[in-house]
Design a protein around this ligand. Structure first.
Ligand code: FES
Ligand code: FES
Length: 158
């Protein structure tokens, strides 16, 4: 077995020092080492987007990165959004707009949309649809998801 590698990574504001297997991907690291099971794993080959997290503020597919690459970096997961049990505006918008059904894809959309919101860009509905196309949903038909992101980014539906 390959020797473990020590990494120091900040996840949702907390610094973690962990010994990781060289070939463990980031989604498994979050779930298995830190117990953060909000990051979902679907395809494990960069297609479904369900595993999306923020790495230094950028949305990345965490199944495509290895845990040792996190050393010295900052990660945010879906667990960072709600505070004291209160849903973040984006989560509330998904709930209100019917942006989820089974919910398996939802963490991926929420983190992708969080990065979009923090980018400060102005996006119309078609551009939102394009920007979130890296995450696949098998339930909703996307309309509610686009509506939720639109409401949070633009304050109303564009
Ligand atoms: S599990 Fe990472 S893209 Fe599908
Ligand atoms: S809500 Fe089920 S896959 Fe998106």
């Amino acid at each position: 077995m390959d020797e473990a590698i020590e990494i120091t990574v900040t996840v949702n504001g907390t610094v973690h020092r962990e010994q990781v297997a060289p070939r463990m991907h980031v989604a498994d690291f979050l779930r298995q080492h830190l117990g953060m099971t909000g990051t979902h794993v679907g395809c494990e080959q960069g297609v479904c987007g369900m595993c999306t997290v923020l790495l230094d503020g950028e949305a990345v597919k965490s199944c495509l990165m290895l845990a040792p690459q996190l050393d010295g970096h900052e990660v945010r997961t879906v667990e960072s959004l709600a505070v004291d049990g209160e849903l973040a505006p984006l989560q509330q918008a998904f709930k209100d707009a019917g942006g989820l059904q089974c919910g398996f894809c939802t963490p991926g959309f929420l983190m992708t949309a969080t990065a979009l919101g923090e980018s400060g860009r102005t996006l119309d509905r078609a551009q939102i649809r394009d920007e979130i196309s890296g995450v696949i949903c098998r339930c909703t038909g996307y309309e509610g998801i686009v509506t939720a992101v639109d409401r949070v980014l633009n304050g109303e539906e564009s």
